[in-house]
Design a protein around this ligand. Structure first.
Ligand code: SAM
Length: 417
């Protein structure tokens, strides 16, 4: 964890002594409010403010960076050069955390095991490089009330430190070629990608269009969740994204865009999946909710992720069970799974009593994949006389067979002979 008041400490100022802080503000010409802001957020001042601090205090830019834990490539290079000396200092201080007791699963299926407990403890008892995919949907630190009563209102740095701890363990248990997918708010994922970039290979930032808040004054309307997608190693062991249906008008099934001459080139198996997902429903309706209260993801999302990044028989790990969407998707798709939840697990266990309903929901989603026009849409389009892959292709074939070359087109060939 970053040390509290590291900014003031670096400048030799006692953060609790307002006279000392005010004095620093006067000599540096930077307001108390701004100084406290830097201190609280562990931010490096920049531009003229950094120059003023360097001029008016004894501190150097390097000292400030080291004290604040702001590591750029120069500092990283220096740390790496002096690693042996640092390790000696560090090992004296670091307390080794050990798993307390071996947890036993509280629920099992033929394919899965569910643990009731803290994910870090569960992770610590898992062997290295043992899972093919990790999907994580942690609490977002938005001060929500979870059935587990966990503290969802940590200071930003405490939250990020906690995330780094469990991500580090997730990376350890991931097989080479395995995928790590992290679902979070853009604010947290942008910070966590720094940590991940040093450990795994970045593949995608997938923006999933779901509005999750009311518009905020002075800000853009937050309308996407971030799904970070990383690989352990340089290439994925498995990558088979579904192809999606073409977007059509929900009422008349007509085109939303003018495809012009490209119609014939469109793949009847569907459109390539992009890194913007606009077809994932939020789970708001009670009919689909598997537990009261806090966030639950759609089976459609987990179906897509599991399909894209794993094969049948692979092992999926999700450290934050919630209502068990990942476990249900994995079970239905014949993947092995390991799960855990710190709060009550009854909703997850009970969900498996309704596995046939879940299978039906999943099959309904899958019926609409890997074809440009799923059955229902195709029927409607044919009825309305709109183009279909079949109609475009037969028209093109007809054109080819009835084309009579004019005198102007043949001479070109003739000339070259
Ligand atoms: C956002 S929810 C996950 C929702 C889940 N993806 C779903 O679709 O239902 C996060 C869950 O993580 C659980 N949790 C929080 N801290 C945990 C920890 N340290 N270990 C295990 N579970 C934890 C919370 O109780 C909550 O149920």
């Amino acid at each position: 964890m970053k040390r509290q008041n590291a900014f003031f400490e670096a400048l030799g100022v006692d953060a609790t002594n307002s006279k000392e802080v005010t004095r620093l503000a006067v000599i540096s010409g930077i307001s108390v409010k701004k100084l406290r802001y830097y201190n609280e957020h562990h931010l490096m001042p920049s531009g003229t403010e950094l120059e003023k601090i360097i001029e008016t205090t004894n501190v150097t830019k390097l000292k400030l960076m080291l004290k604040l834990g702001c590591v750029d490539h120069n500092v990283a290079g220096m740390l790496s050069e002096h690693a042996d000396e640092i390790i000696t200092l560090f090992e004296k201080e670091k307390k080794q955390t050990k798993a307390k007791k071996r947890l036993q699963p509280v629920f099992e299926t033929n394919l899965g095991k569910l643990y009731h407990g803290n994910c870090i403890e569960v992770l610590m008892q898992m062997p290295s490089n043992s899972v093919d995919m990790v999907f994580a949907d942690p609490p977002f630190n938005l001060n929500k009330l979870y059935p587990s009563n966990i503290n969802d209102d940590l200071k930003a740095e405490q939250y990020l430190d906690w995330c780094e701890d469990w991500i580090d363990e997730c990376v350890r248990v991931l097989k080479f070629g395995g995928a790590f997918l992290l679902w979070n708010l853009p604010k947290w994922n942008s910070a966590l990608s720094n940590f991940l970039n040093d450990r795994l290979t970045f593949r995608h930032w997938i923006a999933t269009d779901i509005k999750y808040r009311l518009p905020i004054k002075g800000r853009l309307y937050p309308a996407h969740y971030s799904l970070l997608y990383y690989i352990n190693g340089d290439k994925p062991k498995t990558f088979h994204p579904d192809r999606l249906p073409m977007q059509v008008c929900p009422k008349c099934s007509g085109d939303l865009k003018d495809y012009g001459g490209y119609k014939a080139k469109m793949n009847p198996a569907g459109v390539n999946m992009s890194d913007i997902w606009i077809d994932i429903p939020p789970v708001r309706h009670n009919k689909y909710k598997r537990r009261e209260g806090a966030n639950e993801l759609s089976l459609k999302l987990l179906d897509r992720i599991v399909e894209m990044s794993t094969d049948e028989g692979d092992i999926v790990f999700d450290p934050f069970g919630g209502s068990g969407t990942t476990y249900m998707a994995s079970e239905l798709k014949k993947r092995k799974w390991i799960g855990c939840e710190i709060g009550p697990v009854d909703d997850i266990v009970n969900r498996f009593d309704h596995i046939n309903e879940e299978r039906e929901i999943l099959n309904n989603y899958r019926d609409n994949l890997n074809s440009l026009f799923p059955k229902q849409i195709l029927k409607k389009r044919e009825k309305e006389g709109l183009w279909t892959c079949e109609s475009v292709r037969s028209k093109a074939a007809l054109k080819m067979s009835t084309t009579t070359y004019t005198e102007n087109s043949i001479p070109q060939l003739a000339k070259t002979k």
